[in-house]
Write a protein that binds this ligand. Structure first.
Ligand code: F0G
Length: 454
């Protein structure tokens, strides 16, 4: 593939900037915190103001889809003009991440009460979650910097993704997960990809605390989303979404919130697209949390986003079982900058929404389904109007957590006698045990038809 003149002109010199005190740095320390005030760092591109024709990028990115080069086939590196250049120059670790589908969800739209509903399915990435889009960038940096070990604390998906990219790069990986609190699909991935997997008797926030100390004391490269290179990679999902929508901005983007890296990344992407002139307005980006793991919701409601209210998290949507999110300030900036809002949803609302997304033939893991559950509330509240266009960000694949899905359909997810969300019983689809005869199966077909017609 021939590089265009625009490629050659675009030699970004990214800088790290503190989101708290705005100090700038050429290098980031091992914990990716501001040496002056301790806040998180973000990557900025001062040279963008002098870019001659940023709009030409859109054509370059689209053309790369036809290229056989690994860098172009990746739905992250295709967008390398908006990534730190040093990463694209290095030997990139890629599993051809990104390029994820944008699906219409007609039944979910009806159930939520909106006319236009789309899902950007980030669970269709190589390891089954959105984490791959950030991991390809940050793992490439780790490799380039010569690290032998990379590490993360995780509720499961980050560890699965990190372990895969580390294996591809020939690096060792250290995973800290809360014991008994991550879905089996994710745990099995970390093991298969060869990670040193440590189950700690604590929650995600406890794992993060331990890891921060390990990173201070040992030469291991931190791959949690406080690492701003992760955010840069995750950002590309929003560029890709806009490309899929022919750069016409939807009214709302709804995203699950855990450690709040992803909402921060998507928000940063939209701010940057507007700055570059690729889009003319911003969608409202809203963040949904589980009722039992709702630090951002409480932070917004009780302090107006000024001070983090940490909580002891509890939810069956284990991916977002996080009480002390690292990127909360970045997420607040996204809410305030786009006019989005926060909402919390119950365990029953999550389970029902997940089954509804499944019934549209898409499927996702529980944490992703909070988006549809949140949308239903937004429509009732009038925050989302029926004729407004909405994109849900589905973050993880259905097969990540088959235990949750099975328990739901078998009626074992909630304790017997627990109050039922209306619609749950109709959404449950139990397997039927039958005699091994055609007659029995045909009778079951007839019964199913009658049931559907009634
Ligand atoms: N959805 C899924 C499927 C996730 O795995 C996560 C986070 C989120 C949503 C929330 O994203 O943290 O950027 O706000 N999973 C992390 C992990 C924490 O360790 O896999 P966030």
């Amino acid at each position: 593939m021939t590089e265009t003149a625009a490629d050659a002109r675009c030699k970004p010199t990214a800088q790290f900037r503190c989101i708290g005190c705005a100090s700038s740095f050429q290098e980031a320390g091992s914990a990716f915190r501001c040496p002056a005030c301790g806040d998180l760092l973000e990557i900025v591109y001062p040279h963008w103001d002098a870019l001659p024709r940023p709009l030409a990028f859109a054509d370059i990115w689209l053309r790369r889809r036809a290229s056989p080069l690994p860098l172009d086939q990746s739905g992250v590196w295709r967008f390398r003009e908006i990534l730190p250049q040093e990463t694209a120059d290095a030997e990139v670790v890629t599993l051809r991440e990104g390029n994820t589908p944008l699906y219409p969800l007609p039944r979910c739209a009806r159930s939520a009460g909106v006319e236009h509903l789309l899902a950007k399915h980030q669970g269709m990435n190589p390891t089954g979650s959105f984490k791959d889009t950030g991991m390809t960038v940050a793992a490439s940096v780790a490799k380039q910097q010569g690290f032998g070990w990379v590490a993360c604390a995780s509720t499961g998906n980050t560890s699965a993704s990190m372990a895969a990219y580390a294996a591809r790069a020939g690096m060792r990986s250290l995973v800290l997960v809360p014991q008994g609190k991550i879905a089996w699909g994710k745990l099995s991935q970390a093991l298969d990809y060869g990670a040193l997997t440590c189950e700690l008797k604590t929650d995600f926030d406890g794992c993060m605390r331990v890891l921060n100390e390990v990173v201070e004391r040992m030469p291991v490269y931190l791959l949690n989303s406080v690492n701003p290179y992760r955010i840069e990679g995750q950002k590309t999902a929003a560029f890709e979404l806009m490309e899929q929508l022919s750069w016409r901005v939807h009214d709302h983007v709804i995203v699950p919130g855990g450690n709040l890296g992803n909402s921060s990344a998507l928000g940063k992407a939209f701010f940057e697209m507007k700055h570059l002139g690729l889009i003319s307005r911003l969608p409202k980006i809203s963040i949904i949390q589980a009722e039992g793991a709702n630090p951002l919701v409480r932070t917004m409601c009780e302090t107006g986003g000024k001070k983090l209210i940490a909580v002891h998290p509890e939810t069956m949507a284990s991916a977002i079982r996080i009480g002390n999110p690292a990127s909360w300030k970045k997420a607040v900036q996204v809410l305030e900058g786009t006019g989005g809002t926060v909402e919390q949803v119950s365990e029953a609302e999550i389970a029902l929404a997940k089954a509804e997304i499944g019934a549209d033939g898409i499927g996702c893991e529980p944490a992703s389904a909070v988006t549809l559950a949140g949308l239903k509330k937004f429509v009732k509240q009038g925050f989302v109007k029926a004729n407004e266009s909405v994109v849900l960000i589905l973050t993880g694949h259905l097969l990540k957590d088959p235990e949750f899905t099975l328990k739901f359909h078998l009626g074992d997810l909630f304790p017997a006698g627990a109050a039922q969300e209306p619609g749950i019983a109709q959404a449950q689809r139990r397997p039927v045990a039958l005699e091994a005869t055609a007659e029995a199966v045909i009778r079951a077909l007839g019964a199913a038809d009658r049931c559907a017609g009634s």
